[in-house]
Design a binder for this molecule. Sequence first.
Ligand code: IMP
Length: 175
Amino acid sequence: MPEGALHTPLFTADQIRTRIRAMARDIERDYPPQEPLHLVAVLKGAFMFLSDLSRAMTRPVTLDFMAVSSYANGTRSSGEVRVIKDVDTSLHDRNVIIIEDIVDTGLTLAYLRDILRARSPKSLRAACLLSKPSRRLVDVVVDYIGFEIEDRFVVGYGLDHGEQFRHLPYIAVYE
Ligand code: IMP
């Protein structure tokens, strides 16, 4: 699909910016002042969200990245989660926040929560820009949600379809 064929943004760059600033405030309010946060972003989809969320924070923050495979290439979940890239540093005794682009079936986040919890962080939470509650297959805790959306496949702001559209500064429904 050529970029020009994308429909009107579901969320504009402005709406996303405003929401992420509010999320950063909500997150920071939940931890003691100046306590460092360790943000673990799930590649590739969360790269833009991480970039904006981390810059909206006003305390010491460290970053790390994981990559998992859950979707082969298209709009259907394979139901399988595999770690392709693990974090580089220890999570022990740190306030870890998993940064995800979107929670769909919840399988990826449930899996990540399990394996990261086993590494004895001081605390473990998850912040996701988007959530599709009607698609959930597992009951997973998402501590911070940017926007809840219907069961539509969305692209832009880090999210792809076949590796396209990640660079768009807004989120649009792919149809
Ligand atoms: P889950 O394991 O089913 O929750 O899927 C999580 C992953 O699926 C996300 O991190 C995305 O990479 C991908 N995904 C789910 N829904 C969408 C969508 O609407 N657009 C793009 N990617 C999606």
